[in-house]
Design a protein around this ligand. Structure first.
Ligand code: SAH
Length: 230
């Protein structure tokens, strides 16, 4: 089975891409898809680009054009719940779109015509990913639960406070996961996601994010992918 390994940004995936420099590059929808083998597994590695629309396009192309059987997202996120701190790891078990609001026709956060506000990740794949994180990053604090996605880089204490109040169960905030989860639900493709916390989505977020994405994000992704496929 072909596994898709996806990140939003080059900085998150650089060390993984460096492991497959001689693989075949295919361009679709303006993205570069690296098709080949990693640790003996058939993989497609791609940068989704940032945001929910970019993520949804990437997910659909992976399924329809590259015939992948499962998608794993690895990247960074802002910590939202108390105690979800920089350097911790969050494994998603479901996703919500924090900026989706078709009220009063539908309840806030509900995805119209789906009758739900959350999409679950695949249990089996998430179990494998959790084991991979434990093996790759021993001693790192791991959280598992709901992750919120939206088309905003949340970088003020006021905005992250409002999100915490509206979605008290959300552990972290990022910009792609809920789109992957919804598209994978539509196609019946297993999806799992891991995010290292790069910032606290507060007034310091832009500084913490920049340092973290440079120093840690790619190393974490490569270690996790190696443990997952190895
Ligand atoms: N200023 C950055 C913005 C990148 S967007 C730049 O110029 O490159 C942030 C990326 O990291 C997104 O892909 C998102 O999924 C994740 N992310 C990390 N921290 C986040 C936060 N506080 N809010 C939203 N997304 C965050």
């Amino acid at each position: 089975m072909r596994t898709a390994i996806v990140s939003a940004m080059q900085e998150e995936l650089a060390a993984v891409l460096a492991l497959m420099p001689h693989e075949a590059k295919q361009v679709a929808a303006g993205r570069e898809f690296w098709v080949g083998r990693l640790h003996g597994h058939e993989v497609v590695v791609v940068l989704s680009r940032i945001g929910k629309v970019a993520a949804a396009t990437t997910a659909a192309v992976l399924v329809e054009r590259f015939g992948i059987g499962e998608i794993v997202f690895t990247g960074v996120a802002g910590g939202l719940a108390p105690g979800v701190d920089v350097g911790h790891v969050v494994i998603a078990d479901s996703f919500v779109q924090h900026d989706l609001d078709a009220s009063p026709i539908f309840p806030r956060f509900e995805v119209p015509l789906y009758g739900t506000s959350t999409f679950a990740c695949d249990r089996g794949l998430t179990r494998r990913l959790t084991a991979a994180v434990a093996a790759a990053l021993p001693g790192v604090h791991v959280h598992r639960g709901l992750v919120a996605s939206g088309d905003r880089f949340v970088a003020t204490t006021a905005e992250s406070g409002a999100l915490r109040a509206a979605l008290p169960d959300a552990l972290a905030v990022e910009m792609e996961g809920a789109a992957f989860a919804q598209v994978c639900h539509d196609f019946g493709i297993p999806f799992a996601a891991v995010r290292t916390i790069s910032d606290r989505a507060d007034d310091m977020a832009h500084l913490d994010f920049a340092t973290f994405i440079r120093d840690v994000a790619s190393r974490h992704s490569a270690a996790i992918v190696r443990a997952l496929l190895g």
